[in-house]
Design a protein. Structure first.
Length: 79
């Protein structure tokens, strides 16, 4: 499984995606956004899954990033 971060334009979007992922039994947490990714709302969702498409269509989604083991991020989607 890969580790992903989804960033949002609003905290509501982050809370909504976390709730949706948890309802689908996908582990998800709210964390502070790494500053190199965004300055929009300050909260993002980190989740582990085989594919990041479970975040597609989330309300106020700003972007989705793959977390690379050495602390870098690969942008997968920018809205």
């Amino acid at each position: 499984m890969n580790n992903y971060i989804a960033t949002f334009y609003s905290q509501y979007g982050a809370l909504s995606l976390r709730k949706e992922l948890l309802s689908r039994e996908i582990a998800a947490e709210l964390i502070s956004v790494p500053r190199q990714l965004s300055t929009s709302c300050g909260v993002c969702v980190t989740f582990k899954h085989d594919d990041w498409d479970c975040a597609k269509g989330a309300e106020d989604l700003e972007g989705v990033y793959l977390v690379i083991d050495d602390g870098r991020y690969e942008e997968l989607l920018s809205c």
